[in-house]
Design a protein around this ligand. Structure first.
Ligand code: FE
Ligand code: FE
Length: 173
């Protein structure tokens, strides 16, 4: 691994970490969409998959400007978060419960990305990388919006999951 001498080097390494995170998500999100039972949630994951491909594209653009390659780092945190998502996918759960498990995993992912993009955007600003800062802000906004949308979807499904046990006895399996 290259020696990290200054803020610029930290910036590049952190961008590589994010690129790895986005690439892992591009593989994971279709599985999350398939596992979702709510149409709205499945659609939300599919929409965010499109955005996520755009996030990877923006990072590639930034790397082009830096004359660097985005590869060479594995984001271990995202690996773990996706493993938790895979656990949610495999869980034997009632439909509403399954969906809130998926949302719980997905919101952890969004918060992780929000933290990561906030950090690199601050570096870009300090380094005078204005175009990169603009691109990073766009992605950051999409992560925030996705998180908010997941909260919205969760609010309805949480109520549904809470009522799973409250069905009349005759309706219970
Ligand atoms: Fe992203
Ligand atoms: Fe995201």
């Amino acid at each position: 691994m290259p020696k990290i001498n200054n803020l610029h080097d930290v910036y590049v390494e952190q961008l590589k970490d994010l690129y790895s995170a986005e690439a892992q998500l591009i593989k994971a999100l279709p599985k999350m969409a398939k596992a979702a039972t709510s149409m709205e949630l499945a659609h939300g994951f599919e929409e965010h998959l499109k955005q996520t491909k755009g996030h990877a594209g923006r990072l590639e653009e930034i790397f082009k400007g830096l004359h660097e390659k985005p590869t060479g780092r594995t984001c271990k945190a995202m690996k773990g978060l996706i493993e938790e998502g895979a656990e949610a996918i495999e869980e034997n759960a009632a439909p509403a419960a399954k969906d809130i498990l998926l949302i719980a995993a997905a919101q952890r992912v969004e918060h992780y990305e929000i933290a990561g993009y906030g950090t690199v955007k601050a570096f870009a600003n300090l380094l005078g990388e204005d175009e990169a800062s603009r691109l990073l802000e766009q992605t950051l906004q999409e992560e925030v919006e996705t998180d908010e949308k997941l909260t919205e979807i969760a609010e309805a499904i949480n109520v549904e999951a809470n009522e799973l046990d409250e069905a009349p006895v005759s309706h219970r399996r």
